[in-house]
Design a protein around this ligand. Structure first.
Ligand code: MG
Ligand code: MG
Ligand code: MG
Length: 305
């Protein structure tokens, strides 16, 4: 019976590439693994796959009775609905430990570093398995994406070293130029609906019994969204109602200015103001230096609930 390997809902490049790179490694180690995904791929992921000739993993949202490896998450709210009926063989991640539990022992590779694909790179090294050129290129891009070209506070020496080694394997000399091309592809907003923008990189969290949604748009220039702020708020209100959220936060992250414009709708805005030590104006604030949801946003929101 095949084992499925997949990342979180609203999959980002780390989730998709991680499914591919971890499946390849596991297959080399004698486990029959198939990479899958829980949702549509992003412009950025499409850019990476086409650059290195990667195949889009098959869409699969139900896993009852299956054996699985999870990549890039351990939160129930980001898992398939029937995950409790699946056997989790292992988790490879770089987020806070979530609320998933298992009935059987499992393999865990969870490290406080910039990207799940950096953890997977360490697994290849540990098992002494050679990384093919195409997979190395995709892993390199996933790390450059998650670490925002090394600017994110989540980035560590392990990540920069992994990128350099992967760049040598895939034969890309100027990996920062390639990363800029990738972020420009990611920043395309023309023709995108407000819902598409709000959910491109969107995660829900159960914060002490309270449901909180946090989306992030990482762009090379967020000013192109200036004329669409009202529309984003209208859709945030719909998302808040549809999913019975206490709070929804959308971060418009400007990777060149190195900060985020926070948009929020909340049943109690004082929680947001306290969390980020700021005063909201029209339900908005500029958070200087904030690039990382997992390190600079979630840890400050969580204690408010
Ligand atoms: Mg991710
Ligand atoms: Mg990641
Ligand atoms: Mg990210």
């Amino acid at each position: 019976m095949s084992i499925y390997v997949f990342g979180h809902t609203s999959p980002d490049s780390d989730s998709i590439v991680g499914a591919i790179s971890l499946s390849y490694l596991k297959n080399k180690l004698g486990e029959d693994c198939i990479p899958t995904r829980q949702g549509e791929i992003s412009n950025e992921t499409e850019f990476i796959l086409s650059k290195f000739g990667g195949k889009v993993p098959e869409l699969k949202t139900s896993y009852a009775g299956e054996k699985v490896y999870l990549v890039d998450f351990s939160d129930l709210a980001q898992a398939p609905k029937d995950i409790k009926q699946a056997t989790i063989l292992g988790i490879v991640d770089h987020h806070k430990l979530g609320d998933l539990t298992t009935d059987t022992p499992l393999e865990c590779w969870i490290r406080p570093i910039g990207c799940s694909n950096t953890v997977i790179k360490e697994m290849y090294d540990y098992h002494k398995v050679e990384i093919p050129k195409d997979i190395a290129g995709m892993m390199m891009c996933a790390i450059l994406s998650d670490t925002v070209i090394f600017k994110s506070p989540t980035c560590t020496k392990v990540d920069t070293k992994a990128v350099k080694e992967l760049a040598a394997i895939c034969g890309v000399e100027d990996y920062k130029a390639l990363a800029m091309e990738m972020f420009i592809a990611k920043s395309a907003v023309e023709g995108a609906s407000a819902r598409n923008l709000n959910t491109r990189d969107y995660k829900e969290f159960d914060m002490n019994g309270t449901r909180v949604g946090v989306g992030q748009l990482e762009m090379v220039d967020i000013s192109v969204l200036e004329s669409r702020i009202d529309e984003l708020f209208e859709d945030m209100q719909r998302m808040k109602d549809e999913n019975s959220l206490h709070t929804i936060v959308i971060l418009l992250t400007d990777i060149m200015k190195e900060g985020s414009r926070l948009l929020t709708l909340s049943d109690d805005v004082s929680k947001i103001e306290t969390a980020f030590k700021t005063k909201l104006e029209n339900n908005q604030a500029w958070l200087e230096g904030v690039l990382s949801r997992k390190k600079q946003v979630i840890p400050f929101l969580q204690p408010q609930f």
